[in-house]
Design a protein around this ligand. Structure first.
Ligand code: CA
Length: 228
């Protein structure tokens, strides 16, 4: 069963989410504080985390950093009452995969959850484990899809969930050019550019981690994974 961890200090919201998510078949656990979230993640690694930014004991961004530092690679969806673009970009660059602004409708949140539990770039696929090829290898880079581990020339490289999804999207079709807005839609799930440079930021992370020459910029068009 797919297991979702809700990190939310408001009981009303947590119980609304728990009811909705268990109702559609997900396993749910609830952490009312940042400390509890870290303990629960350690005890039972979740498949996805819903993370409130405004927690009583710890800033949600600090929780996110500590989850990533503890090798938690599950997709993280931020629940935020903050509407500033700066906060959103900071959350995404801090390793979150998506965000939903409070108040939200359950259907909207569920759509985000389902999108994040699906392999990137494959909107028709079911849950990540079904019929997914075990690995994707192009040139010197190899991605193990089930374990979400990345290797360059056989050496492991740590990628965030988002970096992994971006690499996976490009590597599925080496040589094919993707525009910024295509990547934003495929990897981040946005239909419109929210005015951030998040795609460029993540491409620069990937170039640093996987090798500068793996991803080519096609001026005025977009980006492609270099065909070996
Ligand atoms: Ca809160």
């Amino acid at each position: 069963m797919t297991h979702i961890l809700i990190v939310e200090d408001e009981e009303r919201i947590a119980s609304f989410l728990t009811k909705g998510l268990t109702g559609v078949g997900y396993g749910v656990s609830w952490a009312a504080s940042g400390a509890e979230a870290l303990a629960l993640t350690h005890a039972e690694p979740p498949d996805l985390v819903l993370l409130d930014l405004g927690l009583a004991d710890m800033d949600g961004m600090a929780v996110l950093r500590r989850l990533r530092a503890a090798e938690c690679r599950a997709p993280v969806i931020i629940l935020t009452a903050r509407t500033g673009v700066t906060d959103t970009v900071a959350a995404l660059e801090g390793g979150a995969d998506d965000y939903v602004t409070k108040p939200f409708r359950f259907a909207e949140l569920l759509a985000r959850v389902r999108l994040r539990l699906r392999p990137a770039g494959d909107p028709s696929a079911g849950p990540a484990d079904d019929a997914a090829p075990p690995a994707l290898a192009v040139g010197s880079v190899r991605l193990e899809l089930a374990t979400r581990r990345a290797f360059v020339d056989g050496g492991e490289v740590a990628l965030s969930a988002r970096e992994f999804a971006l690499a996976q999207t490009l590597m599925r079709r080496p040589g094919q050019v993707f525009s910024r807005s295509q990547l934003l839609s495929l990897v981040w799930g946005y239909e419109h550019d929210p005015g951030s440079n998040v795609v460029d930021v993540y491409l620069s992370y990937l170039r640093k981690k996987l090798g500068a020459d793996q991803i080519e910029t096609v001026r005025g068009v977009g980006f492609r994974w270099r065909k070996p």
